[in-house]
Design a protein around this ligand. Structure first.
Ligand code: GDP
Length: 427
């Protein structure tokens, strides 16, 4: 199969000394078993090269890449775990086993449960500003997700969740790989159109995987998971909010560019090196904020987050001082996540001010390094220790080890979930 060279090069770009042989052995095995199957075309979200690209974005190590690529053919029983052990060694076999076990979580599809948890889409034409479409479920759910609570509805799911957390605590690569595979599964589902079995997947993404991506600080992944699951669950709402945002974007692009230019000039005149960007919030967060706060799109001043990237921490505070001296800040809206980082490692100064055109704008100030962590979270911390790469990939995540300790004392999955819930999703 052509195209692997770019994958090898990609790995080398962030891990110069990586041993690529496991990947090459994956390619050999694929040739033997004629994988990918004919039905998986080159652009398919589950084509190995497509999956590999996302893994590169996450800066995953060779073992994770090899394992993630093996998951799909392994689930189709194209080879046995013993073959993996023999050819790839224990590390990759351990990862593969871990992932296969937690994947079962996505396969729980009892009809009855699905019925209980189905959240009906509001009627066509229902106004977005009318609040949550079905107050009982959607409103509650948004609130719960926003507050980082995961909903665990039954024993099976509690047990599945426990497996997930334990696998994650043992080796964080297992969950990172699972998150990537989940993203590709969703993209595939989007491509294929609505299929009953993915209804559960989108619930699970909203309730478990997106919060975990958030907790691990892999923000771009969290956002994409949420948007895909949102679109799948409530297509009408998704289309409506998208149309509104597009409409508003049309009128606002000029303003955004002007604000960026003005902020850039201010930096120059205060002798601060820095770059200004304007970034639109992802659709799901726009939609949930509108519903949560019972506001209209027009009331949302932070649809665009302005971001200033500066060389170092001192510059962050200088920039903040400059912004507050030039533009009037809104009381209570300043947050210093630089001095007190969030538990997922996120650092940034946040403020909301009356911008150059008199309207409120949200500004985030951070260094390049902080920015990397803001986007990639745990993946940005990736350290390669020892020859095999990966090393102890939970470094810096002591809380994961604490979760393991919990396992020993609690037998009841429901209780376990209760205990872990706060620890995993404190916000
Ligand atoms: P909020 O407006 O009440 O949610 O207050 P915040 O100041 O905490 O968050 C504002 C914005 O900051 C969010 O919309 C995100 O764009 C960004 N943000 C907040 N927390 C995080 C985080 O943990 N990681 C990343 N990457 N961005 C975050």
């Amino acid at each position: 199969m052509q195209g692997w060279d770019t994958i090898y090069e990609g790995v080398i770009s962030y891990h110069a000394e990586a041993d690529l042989s496991p990947l090459k052995r994956v390619v050999d095995l694929f040739e033997e078993i004629q994988w990918p199957a004919e039905t998986i075309d080159r652009d398919s979200p589950i084509h190995p090269l497509v999956i590999a690209k996302t893994l590169l974005k996450m800066r995953m190590d060779v073992a994770s890449l090899a394992c993630a690529l093996l998951v799909h053919p392994y689930s189709q029983r194209r080879f046995e775990l013993d073959t993996v052990k023999q050819r790839f060694g224990d590390d990759i076999a351990f990862l593969l086993e871990g992932i296969s076990r937690i994947s079962l979580l996505s396969l729980r599809t009892p009809e009855k449960k699905q019925k209980e948890t189905t959240i009906e889409e509001p009627e066509e034409g229902a106004s977005l500003e009318d609040g949550p479409p079905t107050p009982r479920s959607v409103g509650e759910m948004i609130g719960e997700i926003h507050h980082g609570t995961i909903l665990v509805r039954d024993e099976n799911q509690a047990e599945g969740f426990r497996k997930l957390v334990l696998a994650m605590a043992k080796d964080i690569r297992v969950i990172l790989i699972r998150l990537v595979l989940c993203l590709h599964q969703l993209r595939l589902a989007m491509r294929m159109g609505p299929v009953a079995s993915v209804a559960n997947l989108s619930h699970e993404v909203m309730e478990i995987y997106a919060p975990i991506a958030h907790r691990l600080g892999v923000y771009w992944l969290k956002n994409e998971l949420e948007d895909l699951a949102f679109r799948m669950q409530w297509p009408g709402q998704y289309d409506a909010i998208r149309a509104k945002v597009l409409e508003r974007r049309k009128g606002g692009e000029d303003v955004v560019q002007k604000v960026i230019a003005i902020l850039g000039d201010k930096l120059v005149s205060h002798h601060i090196q820095g770059q200004v960007f304007g970034r639109e919030k992802h659709l799901y967060s726009v939609w949930s904020k509108i519903n949560r706060k019972q506001i209209t799109l027009d009331d949302m001043f932070d649809l665009i987050a302005y971001r200033i990237i500066v060389p170092n921490k001192e510059d962050c505070y200088r920039t903040l001082g400059m912004i507050h001296s030039e533009f009037k800040p809104i009381p209570g809206r300043f947050k210093d996540y630089v001095a007190i980082p969030k538990r997922n490692g996120y650092q940034s100064l946040h403020t909301v001010v009356f911008g150059p055109f008199g309207n409120r704008i949200e500004i985030q100030i951070r260094t390049e390094k902080m920015h990397q962590i803001a986007e990639s979270g745990v993946a940005a911390h990736w350290s390669y220790k020892g020859k095999g790469g990966g090393g102890n990939s939970t470094t810096g995540y002591a809380w994961l080890k604490d979760l393991l300790a919990l396992q020993e004392s609690v037998d009841d999955p429901g209780q376990f979930v209760e205990n872990v819930r706060f620890d995993l999703f404190p916000e």
